[in-house]
Design a protein around this ligand. Structure first.
Ligand SMILES: [Zn+2]
Length: 338
């Protein structure tokens, strides 16, 4: 068996491996948890019960192949991860899954969305770390140790915020967190991730081992949630007040008063420059020209380790999309952002 096939097989094995509930100290078996409600938000934007999702290519081959895998996947597996036991998956997120309970401007609900996206990222990084450790046994690759250190440090950082969010959810005291929700024009795109903007660079060009010692912990980490609901889309942004993220605040403010075209470009920038875990409707994906996709893949590969707040790109995935009726009537978010 060649090395690629072995890596592929290892990934599948790890992906399907039994995992345990991520909530608190719960030790029950984890089921497949959807990052957004399957029978609500995800099904509404699906086509024949399918959605488009990006799957990162093998981390060892990014330079050669770019990130090539856009996949159309069934709704049962789309935008999901082995996150919580049956009980927590149902009860913990009930307030944001029950239609009559949902209040997108309520800190408890904003925290639940952010918490689920954060757990997803921790799980995904954990699986990647296991994969790298397995690959390191197969090939003597010089990148294995720095990649593995990167994942470990990322998981440690996100776990800090996971525990802080958990205790806020349990005590119902959200005073340590800043959250803001804004309405944006409806677009069939879902994102729910923690994001580190800035301060990952190595400003003094220290040798890797030296820089590692100076790494900050915890790092300012923001929570980004974007999803369509009824006739609008919503952007919930937040962060821990002890580790504030000005980039997120500025982004919320800009999106709150911008018009369609600017908002679509901002969403495109997020996907092109900063994220790898999102899902969109096949209809929206088909409107992105092949040439734009090709440029996107190239830019994504180039920027994969860049987290600078000032990154810019000319690429606009949504430049040619047909404005829907819902987009046309959008006249800007009318609540003030503090
Ligand atoms: Zn549980």
């Amino acid at each position: 068996m060649n090395i690629d096939a072995k890596i592929n097989e290892t990934w599948k094995k790890l992906h399907n491996k039994e995992r345990f509930c991520m909530f608190g100290k719960c030790n029950e078996k984890a089921i497949n948890s959807h990052v957004f409600q399957k029978n609500g938000i995800l099904r509404q934007m699906s086509e024949n019960n399918h959605l488009i999702q990006l799957f990162p290519a093998n981390a060892f081959k990014v330079e050669e192949t770019g990130l090539t895998q856009f996949k159309k996947i069934g709704i049962n597996d789309a935008y999901s991860f082995k996150g919580f036991c049956e009980e927590h998956d149902t009860k913990l997120f009930y307030p944001i899954e029950a239609k009559d309970k949902l209040d997108l401007f309520d800190a408890y609900h904003q925290a639940l969305f952010s918490y689920r996206g954060l757990c997803q990222e921790i799980r995904r990084k954990g699986v990647s770390l296991e994969l790298i450790n397995e690959i390191a046994k197969l090939v003597n690759h010089q990148r294995a140790s720095s990649l593995s250190d990167g994942f470990k440090s990322g998981i440690r950082n996100l776990t800090f915020f996971k525990e802080e969010l958990e205790s806020a959810i349990i005590t119902q005291d959200f005073s340590k967190f800043y959250f803001s929700t804004i309405e944006i024009p409806k677009i069939n795109l879902c994102i729910s991730v923690p994001l580190n903007v800035g301060d990952l660079e190595n400003p003094n060009n220290l040798p890797y081992d030296e820089w590692k010692k100076h790494e900050q912990f915890p790092r300012s980490t923001s929570f980004i949630n974007i999803f369509p609901l009824k006739s609008k889309s919503y952007f919930i942004g937040g962060f821990h007040k002890d580790y504030p993220c000005n980039w997120t605040k500025k982004k919320l403010k800009k999106l709150s008063y911008s018009r369609n075209k600017i908002i679509l470009k901002e969403l495109s920038d997020l996907i092109v420059l900063r994220l790898e875990f999102w899902t969109m409707s096949p209809k929206l994906f088909r409107q992105i020209p092949q040439e734009t996709i090709r440029k996107y893949k190239l830019t994504f590969s180039e920027n994969i380790y860049n987290h600078s707040p000032s990154m810019k790109t000319k690429i606009n995935l949504f430049k040619n999309i047909k404005l829907t009726k819902e987009m046309k009537i959008y006249k800007g978010h009318n609540k003030r952002i503090d």
